[in-house]
Design a protein around this ligand. Structure first.
Ligand code: OAD
Length: 252
């Protein structure tokens, strides 16, 4: 049996030599920053809360205040959190080797951006952004920031509601995001998947897409995931432990 250290060493050499790298992250990426994942037993949000109520348009329409308040608490957690050593390693790598890394995230927090990866492709939106629940009915194309404060805020003219800028179940991904992520996966020599259960599509398909296109695929996760079969190597560790080893001081 190979030691995990050998896999990390080999992967690090591939990263050092690659001209194109794609990294896909999920909730496990931010776990060590104190932001809860969704599907981890006991600590995952979906083990304690109902996604049908809290992550769907129907749930929001049924009880806008409850859903708004739940996101307000998550927003406060995100604002209080700090990027961990894994986020910082990716940010430092992007500064050292501009143009090599495309970062694709399912996370709705802004920790990759704060760590220096401003161009992160956000597949599931931005929890700190507001948008209208439905198109304007009053003819005034107001910015959601002009809404009348409330839980949730409303348009002062027609009363339509503001909602958080995340993608809920059954909704389309932000325009162009999946296409950009697929292009990056297809162009990558190394595809690294960090901290996702691989349960949510189409994001989960990116690892297999990259592999079909010829990338070396590695998964960093302390637990098995649903997309392990797409990987050439599994690195059983956490984002904050493993990513600094893979990306620290890598040279072209
Ligand atoms: P999940 O909660 O489904 O999976 C989190 C994964 O992170 C699991 O496989 C854990 O084993 C792993 N993990 C936990 N701690 C870790 C750590 N410190 N380092 C590395 N990995 C760790 O989260 P996602 O796969 O991101 O949708 O979930 C996908 C989507 O489902 C989310 O984007 C969210 C949710 O509904 C939206 O917000 C739209």
């Amino acid at each position: 049996m190979r030691e995990p250290g050998a896999d990390v060493h080999n992967l690090r050499e591939r990263i050092d030599g690659a001209a194109r790298i794609c990294v896909l992250t999920g909730a496990g990426m931010s776990a060590e920053s104190g932001i809860a994942t969704f599907r981890d037993a006991l600590t995952g949000l979906w083990s304690r809360f109902d996604p049908g109520q809290l992550a769907s348009e129907e749930g929001f329409r049924a009880d806008p205040q409850l859903v708004w308040d739940w996101y307000a608490e998550r927003r406060a957690n995100v604002r209080a959190a700090q990027p961990n050593a894994g986020h910082l390693a990716l940010g430092a790598f992007a500064r050292r080797r501009p143009g090599v890394l495309t970062l694709v995230s399912q996370n709705v927090d802004d920790l990759h951006q704060r760590a220096g990866n401003a161009d992160t492709i956000r597949l599931h939106g931005d929890i700190l952004a507001d948008r209208w629940l439905e198109p304007c009915r009053c003819g005034r194309q107001r910015d959601p920031r002009e809404a009348t404060p409330g839980r949730p805020p409303r348009c002062p003219d027609c009363g339509k509601l503001v909602r958080p800028g995340v993608v809920w179940f059954g909704e389309a991904l932000p325009e162009g995001a999946l296409e950009a992520a697929e292009r990056a996966a297809c162009a990558a020599e190394v595809m690294l998947v960090v901290g996702t259960s691989g349960a949510v599509w189409p994001a989960a398909g990116l690892a297999a897409t990259a592999r079909r296109a010829g990338a070396f695929v590695a998964i960093v996760n302390p637990q098995p995931s649903e997309i392990d079969a797409a990987a050439h190597v599994l690195v059983p560790g956490t984002a904050a432990q493993v990513l600094p080893q893979l990306f620290h001081d890598a040279v072209a």
